[in-house]
Design a protein around this ligand. Sequence first.
Ligand SMILES: Cc1ncc(COP(=O)(O)O)c(C=O)c1O
Ligand SMILES: [Zn+2]
Length: 420
Amino acid sequence: MYMTGYQCISCGAEQPREFEGYVCPDCGGNLDIQYDYDAIRQEVEKSDSFGGARQDQFKYLPFLPIQSGDAAPPLRVGATPLYPVPRLGATVGLTHLYLKDEGLNPSASFKDRASALILARARETGVDVVCGASTGNAGSSMACMAAAAELPCVVFVPEKAPAAKIAQLLIYGARVMAVRGTYDDAFDLCAKVCEEKGWFNRNTGFNPFTREGKKTSSFEICEQLDWAAPDRVIVPTGDGNIISGIWKGMKDLYAVGLIDQLPRIDCAQAEGSAAITNAVNRLRESGKTPSGVDWQSVRIEPVSAETLADSISVDDPRDGMAAVRAVAESGGHAVTASDEEILAAIKEVARCSGVFVEPSCACAWACLRKLTEAGRVDKDERIVCLMTGSGLKDIQNARKVAGEPTVIDPDLDAALAALG
Ligand SMILES: Cc1ncc(COP(=O)(O)O)c(C=O)c1O
Ligand SMILES: [Zn+2]
């Protein structure tokens, strides 16, 4: 394992590899896992490609903070397709648009990347119970991976999480605590319970291993583009852990010379849940360049989140600082879309690509559409739109824009008459 320790994203303080806490003991900031990139480079050079026994995200083992892939759940995590979608791109004149379809993961969302790594880490360190709070997807993903890895799992979700996500949690056998409150209430309660019980807390961002699982999507994107970075990746964002993972993955590849340029990373949020976008834009208005920022002084003001895109509905982003840094350091944009634009985008993505996504991902397309229409991206850029979750996760919202079936009697004449 080439992990060397941890560094605080906020104050920069370092911790050794043996550190057992979750966050920075000095300032409470989230931690970023550090690696020996020279050693990784040598390892990668000598084994000419990532052709080990596992061909899912665990094939990138030299970049992961675990001893081996043996403790990882046996399910196939990652190895998701990167589809060129010229017809969707052409609706706004983009010539090289791709969708990374993360809905094809075992529990139908991107979160499986983090959960699988968390379960591997948990098993390598002898954890008895894994626990986490979730807007729905992270929990159902952890429940899925825990079932596969045979570890007890407890999940805190807001009571109002979509039915499909609650059903997934329950069917995988997790102990489900439906909290009468918001995701943020569930998050805080989960942290207190974990401390009391000594359970391994998977909470997004707070647990530094989540980002490390999520970064593997960047490895795949670049490998699928023949070891080149795209020009831009647009990421649906709530807590900011996915976007910070995508940026981390790109920086990892750059550090060992597997790609020779870094992409811009754009943050897509719902208008009603825009804490990270607000912080990025405030930072830009201050005129500071990322290298001149004292990150400890940057504040991410919580909002009172209100959007139908439940997975990105977040008051107080739990990996906000890392997300703001990802956008600022990569030179990306931070944009928002209204609920109406998000709903329209679900339909447009499905009809122009055949990929059915949940509202959060539709937000990414809606935001990219707006950026392109405003002339803020070059139409020839190679752009990856990260589609983080299946549309089957939330059919209620899809039905609002899908239209209605034509109801007929079981009769040929009636069918032909209706078809016209
Ligand atoms: C499908 C989907 N997309 C995007 C996100 C946003 O990720 P993050 O909260 O790390 O910003 C989530 C988080 O739950 C999600 O489930
Ligand atoms: Zn710190």
